[in-house]
Design a protein around this ligand. Sequence first.
Ligand SMILES: C[S@@+](CC[C@H](N)C(=O)[O-])C[C@H]1O[C@@H](n2cnc3c(N)ncnc32)[C@H](O)[C@@H]1O
Length: 283
Amino acid sequence: MKAVGDETVHLVVTSPPYWNIKDYGNHRQIGYRDTLIGYVQKLNKVWDECLRVLKPGCRMCINIGDEYIRAEGKTPYQIIPLHAYLVNNIILQTSRKRKVLYLGSIIWQKIPTTRTTGGASVMGSYGFPRNGYVSYNYEYIAIFKKRGKPPRAPENKERERIDLPGWRELFNGVWRFNGARQTAGIAVFPDELPRRLIRMFTYEGDTVLDPFLGSGTTTKVAMKMRRKSIGYEIGFRSPLTEENWTELIRRKIGYYDFSPDTRDSVFNVEIKETSPRTIHSIA
Ligand SMILES: C[S@@+](CC[C@H](N)C(=O)[O-])C[C@H]1O[C@@H](n2cnc3c(N)ncnc32)[C@H](O)[C@@H]1O
């Protein structure tokens, strides 16, 4: 993220690619066909960069679900605790570990729209003891804070006041709302997820970064909430639509709602390296 200066971002909101579940169709993607250690190490580089660009006293919020491995042959059913690895890695392994504090995770209980994290309804020895399995209908939002003095609140901060019921809902340890409808097949999160985090941790005019932009949800919501936004996306091929990924993002973030002569003053879309030529296969 060389284009982003040190300590210029007020909030990071993101959901990294899964480990070895989804092929986003780009050979430089993180996750697919990586070993677990390789995956975690690559993600660490991303978190290091995020912590470089994040302002002191500001938050980095990462949505991640644990994954399940299907029982097959000699391999028993099991859960890969990606959330635990992620938290441990950020506070113990990243080169900026001394700069970061872990502030706990929100459990996001959702009605699953895909089965990527084992959302099966009844599993195991249904009806009888010993071998039933917990149904995994939740993900996490891990919250980190960069040490240091936070930026000052703006003069007009009253406009962003959160009343007590609102505060209780936002800062509750368990969130309940639906997942997004998966029209692109790339594990999109619903608008409600970045909406809540942006409301909790930023003021109008602040900058929100998503290093795994996907379809552009974070940017779409940030713009709606009058925040600035930066997104990085390596490029994917949607298994469900023919639409090119850059077009999909442009449409979602409202690029075409602006007239051609004003677009460039609102958006700075830069597409480098990633092109259909680098796309290799589709699962
Ligand atoms: C879980 S999806 C993010 C979905 C996003 N939150 C949304 O609502 O659309 C993860 C994204 O990370 C992208 N990705 C994978 N490896 C990447 C890399 N090395 N750099 C940037 N993006 C990458 C994938 O192409 C995919 O779009």
